[in-house]
Design a protein around this ligand. Structure first.
Ligand code: ADP
Ligand code: GLC
Length: 482
């Protein structure tokens, strides 16, 4: 089975969040299970050298304002189609935002072009390669199903995967002309979103199946609190909506074999974890304290992630002897809040503002617990890394966080199955209680160590979920009559 993935990010080449990790990981497991994935991505500067080694398989004299080509190339174990369109993608800085911190003014053309070329490849194939199915990811690929719908001939089935409904790609109706979108579908059942054009809305309206990244988020998406204006169309198409939990790439995230750590360790021997902790404390100028846990945060600093709630809890966390190391970047108020906290609680709170992949591994390895108080979380990957590295996740009970962490309530502790802590409602008071519970459990070393070992053994790889994707893909294939 040949699958075409269409996405805007892919680890290890270009990453702003979990989408990249997923796109970089799942094709490898699907390949082991018999499906060949090709990933179509824009040729951002980070991919320029990769594109140089590839073969041009399609050319355009003018794709929304300039020449473009599609390059086929293999790198880092992935088969890629790179859309090399310098006028759209050869820009320094953030892939989504211009130097003024606003979305690039032509994001509709950039990702419209990606979707248009992807639809062409889906329909025509490249040489003797033809996709049996397309999986479009998030709003940046949301127009793929719309372009397939507009095509008069046969097209392969298309799955839209929603990684985060907060990002919808909404533009004025004037983009319809340049993007060759048929006015016939500019209505609430099509890509119209309150008088505008919604890329994600288009995907939801025209995909043959809509998947999202956890079963709980699949249910939440149908509610107004989570659906962000798209709950109506999702309810209408609810029979074709499902949640498949994300996994993690165990080749990259493995404490037994992680070259980014000062020492490796396993569930059998945790000695190396103490070495990582000492190094983490040194990096963040945090004083050791054997009596209370070292918490960490590795996150985009945005309101989704609920970290303002954590700022409210900091005085109590520090008063309990707890320590906190924060790595993140994003909203100015949150960056300032954690910088101020580090100044206010020297030796107890350390903050590094920025994006640092190697440091994120050390944080997962060297901390005792990872705090994830998200207001909503489609899946979340950092709690999965935490489990794998024996860093117990303390999470809000929402989305994929609810699906992946087993709360240390008395029944779970008695049954030896707890792997972390959950809290609800998602308030500072409930987070504070969860932090307090974590501190109390940490004070009972046998119980804590049992949870750490159990967390490390919890299955977090892609095997099961890749099987679920494969089953979904197969269910959408046209049935052959003989
Ligand atoms: P989201 O995609 O909503 O940001 P996820 O938990 O799915 O949330 O994925 C976030 C990914 O980005 C993880 O791989 C995490 O380790 C990484 N990450 C987030 N912030 C940083 C940072 N400041 N430095 C390094 N990695 C980060
Ligand atoms: C989004 C979500 C996150 C999810 C990731 C990968 O960025 O916010 O919860 O883990 O996509 O699917």
């Amino acid at each position: 089975m040949n699958i075409l993935f269409v996405a805007s990010e892919c680890a290890p080449f270009v990453k702003t969040g979990g989408l990249a990790d997923v796109i970089g990981a799942v094709p490898k497991t699907l390949a082991e299970q018999g499906a060949k994935v090709r990933v179509m991505l824009p040729a951002y500067p980070a991919l320029a050298s990769v594109a140089q080694g590839g073969e041009t398989v399609l050319s355009y004299d003018d794709l929304h304002g300039g020449p473009a080509r599609l390059v086929a190339v293999s790198a880092e174990g992935l088969d890629l189609f790179l859309l090399d369109a310098p006028h759209l993608f050869d820009r320094e800085g953030s892939i989504y935002l211009g130097p003024n911190g606003q979305d690039w003014h032509d994001n509709h053309l950039r990702y419209g072009a990606l979707s248009q070329v992807a639809a062409r490849v889906a329909i025509e194939g490249i040489g003797d390669w033809k996709p049996d199915l397309v999986n479009a990811h998030d709003w940046q690929a949301g127009l793929v199903p719309a372009y397939l719908k507009q095509h008069s001939g046969p097209t392969p089935p298309c799955v839209l995967t929603i990684h985060n409904i907060a990002f919808q790609g909404v533009f004025g109706p004037e983009v319809m002309g340049p993007l060759h979108l048929s006015g016939e579908h500019f209505n609430p059942e099509g890509f119209e979103y309150f008088g505008k054009v919604g890329f994600l809305k288009a995907g939801i309206a025209f995909a043959d199946h809509i998947s999202t990244v956890s079963p709980t988020y699949a249910r939440e998406l149908l509610m107004p609190e989570f659906g962000m204006g798209l709950e109506g169309i999702l309810q209408a198409r609810g029979h074709m909506l499902s949640g498949i939990l994300n996994g993690i790439d165990l080749d990259i995230w493995n404490p037994e074999d992680d070259a980014l750590l000062p020492a490796t360790y396993s569930a059998r021997s945790l000695k190396g974890k103490a070495v990582c902790k000492a190094e983490l404390e040194r990096r963040f100028a945090i004083a050791p304290n054997p009596d209370a846990p070292l918490f960490c945060v590795v996150s985009r600093l945005t309101s989704q992630k609920g970290l303002d709630l954590l700022l409210d809890c900091l005085p109590a966390l520090v008063a309990r002897g707890g320590r906190l190391a924060v790595l993140g970047s994003g909203q100015r108020d949150l960056e300032d809040g954690f910088i101020a906290a580090a100044q206010r609680y020297p030796g107890s709170v350390g903050t590094i503002i920025g994006y640092d992949e190697p440091l994120s591994h050390l944080m997962q390895a060297g901390s005792d617990a990872i705090l994830i108080p998200s207001r909503f979380e489609p899946c979340g990957l950092t709690q999965l890394y935490g489990l794998r590295y024996g860093t117990l996740p303390v999470v809000a009970r929402t989305g994929g966080l609810a699906d992946t962490v087993i709360d240390a309530n008395s029944a779970a502790l008695a049954a030896d199955c707890a792997t972390g802590l959950q809290f609800a409602p998602i308030t500072a008071a409930a987070l504070d209680q969860a932090i307090d519970r974590a501190c109390q459990l940490y004070g009972q070393p046998k119980i804590w160590a049992g949870m750490v070992r159990r967390a490390m053994r919890h299955p977090v790889g892609w095997d099961q979920s890749a099987e679920a994707y494969l089953a979904l893909y197969q269910s959408l294939m046209p049935h052959r009559s003989e």
